[in-house]
Design a protein. Structure first.
Length: 413
C-alpha cells in the first residue's frame, strides 16, 4: 500500500431531492453528506475519480488504512484512480439515522425514511460530483452499492465513465416477492451444503433452538435469544469463509458466554444500523408495496425444518424480538405499506453504452445469479464474470483480485 493523502468533504444536500419528489418544494430540510477522498501520495491528485458505493443499505464507507490495508482492494484502485469513499445518507459521518428522535411521530419518521433508497443516494452523489468539479467519474458498487450504481446509470448515465459492480447487479422490474422467494431457496441450498460439510452441526443447532424455546439462552445484554433470531445467523453462509465461522460457533456450548457473544457478533439486524433493517425490503423494490415480503414468502420447508437458516430476511419478527429495534416498529409498519416508486429505467439502461463489468457470484443468496444475469442482458456495455471462486464478500476478501478482474473486463474489451 502506498502512502496516502486523505481529504475530507462535507456538503449540505436536501432531504428531499427535487428530481425525485414534488415534496421538495415544501420541504427545506437538509442533511450533511460526508466523503473522504483517498489519493496516492505524490501522483494521485491528477488521477480520475472512482466513487465507491458501499453495501448495505445503512453501511458506512470503509475507513482507509495502510497497515493492514483497508479496504483490501484500495491499493489496486489507487493504481488507476483517486478514490472517493462516500458515507451514504444516514451513515457514518453523514447525518446519521440512529435512535428515533424524540418528538417525531412514526408517520413523520416513515415519510423521512422514504428518501433513503438508492435514488436519493445517487442525487447526493451528483451534488458531491459537482462539488468536486468532476465532469465524469467511475463507479465501484459493492452489493447494495451495485443497486446504487444501476440507479445512477438510469438517472445520470452521462456522468458515469465506467462502472464496476461486485455482487450487486439487482433485478429490474421484478416483484419483490419473487426476489425474496428466490433468496430463501438459495439459503436452503447453502444450509444443506453446510450440513453436508459439517454433519454434526444440524443436531447442534437444533439443540440450541430447543434451548431458545425453553428460554434458557440470552444475548450479552440479557435479551432473550429466540429461535428465529438464532436462525438469522445464516447470512454467514453467503460469505466466503462464513460456513467455517458458523461451524466454529456451533461447536461451542450454547450456554457459554463465548456462544452468546459469538451469536451477537453474527446477527444481521440491530440498533447500531437501523437503516439496514428499516429499508431493506424497500431497496429491493423496483416499484410497489413490499408488505413484509420476507414474512409472506418463505417456502413451507422453512417451517418444517428449523435447521434451514435465514439470510437477509427482516420481517416483523425483528422489530418484535430485538429490543433495540422495537422503538422503530410502527415506522417499519408504515414503510412496509408504502407504495415505492421505480428505481431503474430499463429503456434508459438499454440505450446506455457506458462500459460496465460485474462479478456475479454463483452461490450468492443475497443477489441471485439468475437475477444478475438477466439484468446484465439489459446493458449493451456490460461484461460479466460469473464465478464460484468467491461469495458475496469477494471484493473485500480477495484483496485486489476481484477489482482487477473487473477493471480488466472493461479496459480489455
Amino acid at each position: 500500500m502506498p502512502a496516502l493523502d486523505l481529504l475530507e468533504h462535507r456538503l449540505e444536500v436536501p432531504l428531499v431531492h427535487a428530481a425525485l419528489s414534488s415534496e421538495a418544494a415544501h420541504d427545506g430540510r437538509t442533511l450533511t453528506v460526508f466523503a473522504r477522498e483517498v489519493r496516492r501520495r505524490g501522483d494521485g491528485a491528477d488521477r480520475p475519480a472512482l466513487l465507491f458505493l458501499q453495501g448495505g443499505p445503512g453501511g458506512e464507507s470503509p475507513r482507509p488504512g495502510v497497515l493492514p490495508a483497508n479496504p483490501p482492494w484500495l491499493a489496486r484502485a489507487l493504481e488507476d484512480f483517486r478514490v472517493i469513499l462516500l458515507d451514504q445518507r444516514g451513515t457514518g459521518l453523514s447525518t446519521p439515522v440512529g435512535a428515533p428522535p424524540v418528538g417525531r411521530s412514526a408517520v413523520e419518521l416513515a415519510q423521512d425514511l422514504t428518501h433513503y433508497r438508492a435514488d436519493a443516494i445517487v442525487e447526493d452523489a451528483e451534488l458531491l460530483r459537482e462539488h468536486l468539479g468532476v465532469e465524469q467519474w467511475s463507479l465501484l458498487g459493492q452489493s447494495f452499492g451495485g443497486f446504487c450504481s444501476l440507479s445512477y446509470l438510469s438517472a445520470h448515465p452521462e456522468r458515469v465513465a465506467e462502472a464496476f459492480i461486485a455482487g450487486g447487479l439487482p433485478p429490474v422490474a421484478m416483484p419483490v416477492d419473487e426476489i425474496y422467494a428466490a433468496t430463501y431457496e438459495q439459503m436452503a441450498v447453502l444450509s444443506h451444503r453446510h450440513y453436508r460439510d459439517y454433519p454434526g452441526d444440524r443436531d447442534r443447532l437444533l439443540a440450541a433452538l430447543d434451548l431458545c424455546d425453553a428460554g434458557e439462552l440470552t444475548l450479552p445484554g440479557g435479551e432473550p435469544l429466540t429461535a428465529q433470531t438464532l436462525r438469522s445467523i445464516g447470512g454467514q453462509l453467503g460469505t466466503t469463509g462464513g460456513s467455517e465461522a458458523l461451524h466454529y460457533l456451533l461447536e461451542r456450548d450454547p450456554r457459554s458466554p463465548a456462544f452468546r457473544y459469538g451469536v451477537a457478533s453474527l446477527l444481521p439486524f440491530d440498533g447500531a444500523s437501523p437503516l439496514y433493517t428499516l429499508v431493506h425490503e424497500a431497496c429491493y423494490a423496483d416499484g410497489g408495496v413490499t408488505g413484509w415480503s420476507s414474512d409472506r414468502v418463505p417456502p413451507t420447508a422453512f417451517a418444517e425444518d428449523r435447521s434451514l437458516l435465514l439470510g437477509e430476511h427482516p420481517g416483523r419478527w425483528v422489530f418484535a424480538e430485538r429490543t433495540d429495534l422495537r422503538p422503530w416498529a410502527k415506522t417499519a409498519e408504515l414503510l412496509a405499506a408504502h407504495d415505492w416508486p421505480r428505481l431503474y429505467d430499463a429503456e434508459v439502461l438499454a440505450r446506455t453504452h457506458t462500459p460496465c463489468s460485474a462479478a456475479i457470484y454463483v452461490d450468492d443468496p443475497f443477489v441471485l445469479e439468475a437475477h444478475s444475469r438477466a439484468t446484465a442482458q439489459l446493458l449493451p456495455g456490460m461484461r460479466t464474470w460469473v464465478t464460484n471462486e468467491w461469495l458475496h464478500n469477494g471484493l473485500r476478501l480477495s484483496g485486489g483480485v476481484v477489482l482487477d478482474r473487473l477493471i480488466s473486463l472493461v479496459r480489455d474489451r
